[in-house]
Design a protein around this ligand. Structure first.
Ligand code: C5J
Length: 219
């Protein structure tokens, strides 16, 4: 199957490709969550949900493998080094009590994937303590066992966890494509720069394409 992508067409087979949805969690996306508490305009992130839903439905309909990630730490913070915990807004840190429970702690309400994109049985859910989906997770082994060679990415935020995961994937030998209208940042110019730098230099990290191109390829 061929997808009309940038900087050139992306060839893939559904059977050897996974859709990877990065950190579409309540605390990042929903009004009243951690992201908004930090002063971010979460409506920017909320706006991609319909496009993500359409892709997820089409991918499920095609029988493709789906991977969901959550940025999540253990309750005792044993997997959150000071180099991570001490970053960001000093008044509210990972593990502190936020508006939807303890921030970025596994099992807390704000740490769940938004209902519109909730995983269904049979899909892979990865709790990741880092920015990248491969760091300190079983993702690479699970993808290898499933025979996956190609990855389609969507989720948030483009320049942090999405970009890190795409770079980690490329270093592990996967061909990756980012769905441009299914990813967002609290800072639109960071999204634009991240999209551009990933596909630059002959897709040095990977490809990008609008979700309409994937939906068309799947039809
Ligand atoms: C951030 C993420 N931005 N999922 N997390 O802290 O990109």
């Amino acid at each position: 199957m061929q997808l009309n992508a940038n900087p050139f067409p992306f060839e893939f087979n559904v059977a050897t490709t996974a859709l990877v949805i990065i950190d579409m969690q309540r605390d990042f996306i929903e009004p009243g969550g951690f992201g908004e508490t930090l002063g971010n305009d979460v409506s920017l992130l909320e706006a991609i949900v319909p496009a993500c839903r359409a892709v997820l439905a089409a991918w499920r309909g095609a029988g493709g493998l789906v991977v969901h990630t959550r940025e999540a730490h253990a309750a005792d913070l044993s997997d959150c080094p000071p180099a991570k915990r001490n970053r960001g807004n000093p008044s509210l840190r990972i593990g502190d009590v936020g508006p939807m429970g303890r921030i970025l702690i596994a099992g807390e309400p704000g740490n769940q994937i938004i209902p519109a994109l909730a995983p269904v049985p049979g899909e892979i859910v990865i709790d990741k303590p880092g920015k990248g989906a491969f760091y300190a997770t079983p993702l690479h082994n699970l993808l290898q066992q499933a025979g996956v060679t190609h990855l389609l990415f969507m989720g948030v935020t483009t320049e942090v966890c999405v970009q890190t995961s795409m770079r980690e994937a490329n270093d592990r030998g996967y061909e990756g494509l980012l769905l441009e209208d299914c990813t967002e940042s609290y800072f639109p110019h960071f999204k634009a720069a991240a999209v551009e730098m990933m596909r630059a230099q002959g897709a040095i990290v990977g490809w990008t394409a609008p979700s309409a191109a994937l939906l068309q390829a799947l039809r």
